[in-house]
Ligand binder design. Sequence first.
Ligand SMILES: CC(C)(COP(=O)(O)OP(=O)(O)OC[C@H]1O[C@@H](n2cnc3c(N)ncnc32)[C@H](O)[C@@H]1OP(=O)(O)O)[C@@H](O)C(=O)NCCC(=O)NCCS
Length: 266
Amino acid sequence: MTNPQHSAIAEQVWQNIYSETEQTLAAEPVLAPFLQATILDHSSMGQALSYHLSSKLASSAMPATMLRELMDQAFAEPAIIQAAARDIQATVDRDSACNLFSTPFLYFKGFLALQAYRVAHSLWQGDQRSLALLIQHRISLVFAVDIHPAAIIGAGLMIDHATGLVIGETAVVEDSVSIMQSVTLGGTGKESGDRHPKIRCGVLLGPGAKILGNIEIGEGAMVAASSVVLKPVAAHDIVAGVPASVVGHTKTQEPSKVMDHYFKCS
Ligand SMILES: CC(C)(COP(=O)(O)OP(=O)(O)OC[C@H]1O[C@@H](n2cnc3c(N)ncnc32)[C@H](O)[C@@H]1OP(=O)(O)O)[C@@H](O)C(=O)NCCC(=O)NCCS
């Protein structure tokens, strides 16, 4: 079902990307071929993403033309493009190093890996599992981000820096979550079946956090850098340490949106 608000965001984000790129082109003519091919030659964000990701992820096993056909099909689905636009909006809102909508689109591998995962997820759901796994493999090699195509991931995510991010097969990440580099949403190695974490809305996961097992990280919670979380975390709790324990409570409903890493031990 199309959400009119999300559809308006998607339209606005694409217009911003396009007009920023025209300005960049005027200021940096040397980038003309790249900016033209990646953004200005396209009439929609779906087409532009399809081109950009296909050229980055192509390999001898799956040449860019073949990949582009798959991506065109996936990005024709409005929900996927709307999720991508909300991811860009989230990045501009939360990443202090990003003040242009075109920056995540062109250069941020966390954003690009997430959109390629969305294509792999749609193939997985359509029972094209080998293709989905091949795309996962390419994402992992090219972006150093390993997301299983069966994982369920919401929209409005910011994945900052992204290197070393691992998200397992039965993990769930709800809307409006922020994830820093080197986070693992993995199994303990002692369970089978549904064995990965469930990350609820508005959670902020600090760099290097390892969350292991089928445990819930409650809405608006925060996990401090390099914590090893082995037990469920209640909504709005802040946990830190190895193994992690509660050290405070978040001051905002959605710490992911304000990127408030501050915590005061209670
Ligand atoms: C999950 C795992 C940490 C085990 O945790 P566990 O269920 O607490 O296991 P144990 O019962 O062996 O833990 C014993 C104690 O060591 C602590 N502990 C566990 N991991 C620890 C760590 N990394 N550092 C310090 N202490 C740790 C536990 O809290 C527990 O302490 P306690 O007895 O005071 O409560 C371990 O099996 C592991 O690291 N598995 C690897 C999983 C992995 O690589 N997943 C990634 C998949 S992508």
